[in-house]
Design a protein around this ligand. Structure first.
Ligand code: SF4
Length: 205
């Protein structure tokens, strides 16, 4: 069995455990768990907060309004969502889209850590404050100050911080300094990082 096939099977095994999971109360209100999807050979993984209503009904990550915007953001730099891996900190939808509690995040954490261990990304892009605080629990970090920047995480993995696409939906402006314009700068950095990693180069942004 090749390494690729073995890793693919391991990832499917994690997804299967997520689909059957009853570790936290979110299992009682979900329609479908949302393990994640994308390439297992990608150097870049995107991690959001939690599934919303459309994701809960389809079982797929980032397919609602915010997800469609996220897909367009990727496509704006010619990145196919199939070329990266996309998931969330928690795999089941919190009722009324509330922020998942720390207990729920902790209960679900083993799945995300397993996905990271199998995919072995070089960079994890956090989408929004919940994903950022999962990886770097520092209350002093403000999204507006740390977005677009890289931080060291465990195992040599770097964290790149971006706004959550649902935040962008609330601000129509594309003026310089607006969340959309800053995200345009950030996704261009992601594209650069993606190319550098695929070419075996050091990250430089
Ligand atoms: S959110 Fe995570 S821990 Fe909670 S039931 Fe879903 S898969 Fe299990």
């Amino acid at each position: 069995m090749t390494d690729y096939v073995k890793r693919k099977e391991l990832l499917l095994g994690v997804a299967s455990k997520i689909n059957d999971c009853t570790r936290c109360p979110l299992n009682e209100t979900r329609t479908n768990a949302v393990p994640g999807e994308g390439s297992i050979e990608t150097p870049i993984m995107f991690v959001g907060e939690a599934p919303g209503a459309d994701e809960d009904s389809s079982g797929r990550p980032f397919v609602g309004k915010a997800g469609q915007l996220f897909t367009k953001i990727l496509e704006s730099v010619k990145l196919d969502r199939k070329a990266v891996y996309i998931t969330n900190v928690v795999k089941c939808r919190p009722p009324k889209n509330r922020v998942p509690s720390r207990e729920e995040q902790n209960a679900c954490s083993g799945y995300l850590l397993s996905q990271i261990a199998i995919i072995k990304p070089k960079v994890i892009v956090t989408l929004g404050a919940t994903a950022l605080s999962y990886f770097i629990n520092d209350e002093k970090m403000k999204m507006t100050e740390v977005r677009g920047r890289l931080f060291d995480w465990t195992g040599g993995i770097k964290i790149f911080v971006m706004f959550h696409p649902s935040y962008l939906l609330r601000y129509a402006s594309r003026e310089p300094g607006s969340p959309k314009s800053l995200t345009w700068e950030d996704i261009q950095k992601i594209r650069k990082i993606y190319d550098q990693l695929n070419e075996g180069k050091e990250i430089s942004i």
